[in-house]
Design a protein around this ligand. Structure first.
Ligand code: N01
Length: 527
């Protein structure tokens, strides 16, 4: 079949892109691997899965009635609630009739002569003028290639591919590998049900309390009444959220003032703790003071000093790996049925038929939960065999790391757009804010091209080089380069070490994109 546009993925990006393109009168087909909408929130059904952005801010802003009618029940939305919201949006805007579920896009090739994308799926081929990827940044789930992964006798689950029917942990000895955001959310919930949980930690992570609670109706009402200003604040902020960012240096204030500020933000809960001072992300001394406050909280909470020391992160500055937001994570290690294993000291050597064997012991388990993360940002795109002009493959082009102009296009792949692609704020922001910005920008661009009779848009290689350099340069001014994070691809053996998201802030980035539109798309080649 031939469409004006093919969109890959029916998560929050793909759903809104479909809605916008329909509004332009374009014919659109969305292909989605899963059998429902929701993307991340469709796949991540692990116990305790919850967004780390507050409900009132983690929602679409494009439709006034939608944002007024939907009622969030908790401060931080749980996965089931977000999935209900995604389904509500799909119903409300009648999106499903243009989404083909249970269909994986396997490849796409640009046909230069016809100026068309030929899109291959596991259920047939299609053509489109525009190819728009809405594949998510954290959707290529990854289990490390431990020897013997397939030999384990019991069931094993990756957090990002959780069974829809759920998992009963009662009476089970559960091994959990990984202590990133997913592990940190899942471990307390699993520990409350299982007979025993053995947590395999390679790197201790900083986690802040969520203090999740039922939504206060007065607060929800206040936000709804003030949505126009609140959404503007979010769109022009650093991270796409409402919380306040203090500009002062952590080093300019007295110890007492600093403690008070940290305590206030800790008591408030959530990631706004990292906004306590303006130099936490750039000054090692300011960062260390912040990190030490969190370590002290861990030591206060965890009763066994040896376990507390293992849980207190020391090998990377706070905030340089994605900050975790938890409910009862550290206190869970005070339970008699939870054991922490340090796999930095004694790495996992093998998954055996009966459990996990490290360099110094074997741990028996009935189930294994892999909370081992994703091939982030590039993984979902390179999982599709995409070829551009002259048969250039994206895998080849990005061999040494992703190269994009603004995270929106990559030179040599005309009429292909990447929503929240590498080189854009994406994972460093409230994803829905960044998704809406990209979708609006792309829709505006397509409308303009049509009005001007332009058939093709591509990134100019020189503009792309300059953008990649800028992305690296801004990241280089921060402490982000000091952590072995998935932002840098460090979690995947052999992946090039390149800082992938744009750290310049969503407000500044939006202004830049808007200026480019106003100036007639400098840095793009229109033909
Ligand atoms: O994945 P991760 P995640 N041997 O990559 C360990 C978002 N998210 O799914 O740090 C032993 O962070 C690995 O160890 P190390 C959020 O952006 C958001 O938890 O590489 N261990 C690490 O501990 C987040 O950042 C929400 O040394 C191994 C863990 O597995 C992103 O998704 C909730 C290993 C992987 O952590 C990814 O989070 C969930 C090995 N060979 C996720 N390989 C919210 O909104 C890996 N590990 C709250």
């Amino acid at each position: 079949m031939r469409y004006d546009a093919v969109v890959v993925g029916a998560g929050f990006a793909g759903m809104y892109m479909l809605h916008k393109l329909r509004g332009l009168g374009l014919s659109v087909r969305v292909f989605e691997t899963g059998d429902g909408v929701g993307g991340t929130w469709y796949w991540n059904r692990y116990p305790g899965a919850r967004c780390d952005v507050e409900s009132m801010e983690y929602s679409y802003s494009f439709d006034e009635e939608l944002q007024q009618e939907w009622e969030w029940t908790q401060r931080y939305p749980s996965q089931p609630e977000i999935l209900r919201y995604a389904n509500h949006v799909a119903d409300r805007f009648d999106l499903r009739r243009d989404i083909q579920f249970e269909t994986r896009v396997t490849g796409a090739g640009y046909d230069e002569t016809a100026n068309l994308w030929r899109v291959r799926t596991d259920r047939g081929e299609h053509e489109a003028r525009y190819l728009i990827t809405a594949v998510g940044c954290l959707s290529a789930a990854r289990i490390p290639d431990f020897p013997g992964v397939g030999a384990f006798r019991g069931p094993s689950y990756h957090t990002g591919r959780w069974p829809h029917e759920g998992v009963d942990f009662a009476g089970q000895r559960v091994a959990v590998i990984g202590t990133g955001s997913s592990g940190i959310q899942a471990i307390p919930v699993i520990a409350a049900q299982a007979e025993h949980v053995t947590v395999f930690q390679r790197t201790a992570n900083y986690s802040l309390p969520a203090w999740n609670r039922p939504m206060e109706p007065e607060y929800a009402q206040w936000v709804k009444a003030n949505y126009p200003e609140i959404r503007t604040t979010m769109r022009t902020s650093v991270n796409g959220v409402m919380s306040t960012f203090n500009e002062t240096s952590a080093l300019e204030v007295t110890e007492e003032d600093r403690r008070r500020e940290f305590e206030t933000r800790w008591a408030k809960g959530g990631a706004s703790f990292l906004g306590a001072y303006g130099d936490i992300a750039i000054n090692p001394d300011a960062n260390e003071l912040t990190a030490e406050f969190v370590r002290a909280k861990i030591r206060e909470t965890v009763t066994d000093p040896r376990v507390a020391e293992l849980l207190a992160p020391k090998d990377h500055p706070i905030g340089t790996k994605r900050i975790c937001i938890d409910t009862d994570y550290y206190a869970t290690y005070n339970r008699p049925n939870v054991t922490l294993v340090d796999v930095r000291a004694a790495p996992i050597e093998e998954i055996t038929a009966s459990g996990v064997r490290t360099a110094d012991a074997e741990y028996t388990a009935d189930m294994i939960v892999y909370a081992t993360g994703y091939d982030a940002m590039t993984g979902p795109l390179l999982g599709i065999d995409i070829t551009g002009k002259g048969g250039l493959s994206l895998r080849r082009k990005w061999e040494a790391g992703p190269r994009t102009y603004l995270g929106l296009m990559t030179a040599g792949f005309p009429n292909m757009f990447t929503i929240t692609g590498p080189g854009s704020p994406s994972v460093l922001s409230n994803m829905i804010v960044s998704i809406e910005q990209h979708v609006d920008w792309i829709a505006g661009c397509l409308e303009r091209l049509r009005a001007d009779g332009v058939a093709t848009i591509d990134a100019d290689p020189a503009a792309e080089d300059a953008w990649v350099e800028h992305v690296n340069e801004v990241a280089g001014r921060t402490l982000y380069m000091r952590a072995n994070s998935w932002y840098l691809g460090a979690n995947i053996p052999g992946k090039p070490r390149v800082f992938m998201p744009y750290v310049g802030g969503v407000g500044a980035y939006r202004s830049r994109c808007d200026q480019i539109t106003a100036d007639g798309y400098p840095g793009f080649v229109l033909s």
